[in-house]
Ligand binder design. Structure first.
Ligand code: CA
Length: 229
């Protein structure tokens, strides 16, 4: 049984109850908050293994809270799953760029929520990705040290940017990244490129990957993700 403590920050009582009930049933300890200010105080005093955070909150909103969590040394590694309303892609992008780990769009099924929570907690325990370690996923092998990509054992030639983007995404399968996060991984911070140029990069990458190109998935309005195995 799970024994992790999950903070749930959500001002809508029925949703708060739904989440609490389902997580407790799975064995999680749950602490509920109806605003970000109270949750932050308790976060500084006690342990939390994950925060399920609604974006629309009275007072400090979820994005401000996510920023505060990430900016504080004691809490910056606590995973955050954002709750968002349908059609709030701009908020999701902002949240991911602030360092949220995942997001769920309302209305959601409790089973999906539990599955996402498990995935986020599992990733937290995994060792951080070593940049030089080869990635083997689906039928693709990526060797960062040799700058080499093999599909079904056959070498594929990529540009340096395509290679970096593929390595970045495939090292974290299932994670959604915004275009800005991809640019940052490929070129470093503050590199002046447009969203459109990331899309062009991905189109080129997919083409060179052939059938394996389908593993680079578009997440509409948000960015891209590499398909999990
Ligand atoms: Ca709300």
């Amino acid at each position: 049984m799970a024994r992790e403590t999950v903070f749930v920050v959500e001002d809508e009582e029925d949703i708060q109850e739904l989440i609490t009930y389902n997580l407790m049933k799975e064995g999680y300890h749950v602490r509920g908050f109806t605003n970000g200010e109270d949750a932050l105080v308790q976060l500084r005093n006690g342990k939390s293994d994950c925060i399920i955070l609604d974006i629309m909150l009275p007072g400090m909103d979820g994005l401000e809270m996510a920023r505060a969590v990430r900016n504080s040394p004691g809490t910056k590694h606590v995973p955050i799953i954002m709750l968002t309303a349908k059609g709030e892609e701009a908020d999701i992008v902002a949240g991911l760029e602030l360092g949220a780990d995942d997001y769920i769009v309302k209305p959601f099924s409790p089973r999906i929520l539990v599955a996402r929570l498990r995935a986020v907690l599992r990733r937290k325990q995994e060792r951080p990705v070593e940049d030089q370690r080869p990635v083997k996923i689906h039928n693709i092998e990526i060797h960062p040290g040799r700058h080499e990509v093999m599909i079904d054992g056959k070498a594929v030639t990529l540009t340096s940017s395509e290679f970096k983007a593929l390595h970045f995404l495939s090292s974290r399968p299932g994670w959604v990244f915004t275009r800005y996060q991809i640019v940052e991984a490929v070129h470093g911070v503050n590199y002046p490129v447009t969203d459109r140029s990331v899309d062009v990069l991905v189109v080129g990458l997919r083409k060179k990957l052939g059938k394996a190109g389908k593993y680079v998935e578009t997440v509409r309005g948000i960015g891209y993700r590499f398909k999990e195995q």
